[in-house]
Design a protein around this ligand. Structure first.
Ligand code: MN
Length: 371
């Protein structure tokens, strides 16, 4: 979605550095909407038909086409519900070791179900939106009581999320094999995380204020249809999951990923190693009878590889702050400083995913909030 001048948000199709203005291309009334949701609700046949017509429209050189630089990008869809999973074996193991050094890094449930939590849909923001450093409670090492103030351990999480187009009915779980009938496409996600707030608050009910202040997504949703050449077999699962989670292994996604911090690439990884696939995540999220709806966003969890330099968060890249990253500008980083800019990038074959960009602004801890 984009805004040109003072007008309302319009649906666009990105082709390199240009945008096809779908609201004015004569390709259907559904594109006159000011958000993608009505189109998302139409379903797979309509999606594939529209993509075919858009591509032939572009091949024949028809417009209207606008330069990417001339528009402001906006949130591409109205986010209904937001779920974040924890599907990278390497990330879950790395964090388990950091947060619970004396225990088995993987909790007993991890290999049996895609662990997740419900996040805050209302604070999902589009790429380019600045992120204000959050304030909150944390417990300093050795302290016997928490203090209130700006997070000192602001981090990123590199993730891939899927966007639900066609909802499901309450009481009717979505089988693994029906994934592509419900899901339109994917976005890159930066799940900004305040590690100090998170570490103090997360037990026993999981992430809360350490995550809910902002989650950034790309301004472009890449349709599943354009990821066909990136589909690969996901890694083997041991033990075999329960029958409702069996299958969906042909939805590994060979998406090359990159994290850039202040202009320097600090991590390179790939989404193909994720232990739980998107169809398994959707099947799990609905197996209890919960329904999904148009605009639901479900993110993978941080994508980390086994090699050094392929981790999707600073807490992992820096060994919990013990090994700072040396940046080419001569500075070093453990966690994010005010003014830092992070860009996430992804590519699946010839399809480049929309980037996720965000700059950290200084905290504004409201007077009185600590009383
Ligand atoms: Mn996350």
């Amino acid at each position: 979605m984009f805004v040109a001048g003072d007008g309302p948000a319009r649906v666009g199709w990105r082709a390199g550095d240009a945008i096809l203005d779908l609201a004015n291309a004569g390709l259907g009334d559904v594109f006159a909407a000011h958000e993608l949701n009505p189109f998302l609700a139409l379903g797979r046949n309509a999606w594939e038909d529209a993509i075919g017509r858009i591509e032939s429209h572009l091949v024949s050189g028809r417009g209207p086409v606008l330069p990417l630089d001339d528009v402001e990008l906006t949130l591409p869809f109205r986010v209904a519900d937001y779920v974040d999973f924890y599907s990278s074996l390497e990330h879950a193991s790395n964090l388990g070791r950091l947060f619970r050094p004396d225990a088995d890094p993987l909790l007993p449930n991890w290999r049996h179900l895609p662990v997740g939590y419900h996040g805050r849909a209302g604070t999902v923001v589009v790429s380019g939106t600045p992120v204000v450093r959050p304030c909150g409670q944390s417990l300093s090492p050795g302290a016997d009581r928490p203090e209130f103030g700006p997070s000192r351990r602001l981090d990123i999480e590199l993730e891939l999320g899927f966007v639900v187009g066609v909802g499901s009915r309450r009481g009717e779980p979505v089988p693994v094999d029906d994934f592509a009938d419900h899901v339109f496409g994917v976005v890159l996600v930066n799940d900004w995380s305040a590690r100090d707030i998170q570490a103090w608050e997360y037990q026993p009910l999981g992430p809360f204020l350490g995550k809910s202040f902002a989650t950034s997504v790309s301004a472009w949703v890449t349709p599943l249809a354009l990821l066909a050449e990136g589909r690969v077999e996901a890694p083997p699962q041991e033990p075999e999951p329960l029958p409702y989670l069996a299958g969906g292994r042909d939805w590994g996604l060979d998406v090359e990923l990159e994290v850039e911090l202040n202009g320097a690439v600090v991590s390179r990884g790939n989404a193909r190693g994720l232990y739980w696939t998107m169809p398994q995540q959707l099947a799990h999220a609905t197996v209890n009878g919960a329904s999904v709806r148009t605009g639901d966003l479900m993110a993978s969890g941080t994508i980390s590889g086994a090699e050094r330099g392929s981790e999707g968060s600073l807490i992992e890249l820096t060994g919990n702050g013990a090994e700072p990253l040396q940046l080419p500008d001569g500075t070093a980083r453990t966690f994010l400083e005010d003014g830092d800019e992070v860009v996430l990038r992804g590519r699946a074959g010839s399809a480049e995913l929309g980037e996720v960009r965000g700059r950290v602004l200084p905290a504004v801890c409201r007077p009185g909030a600590e009383r």
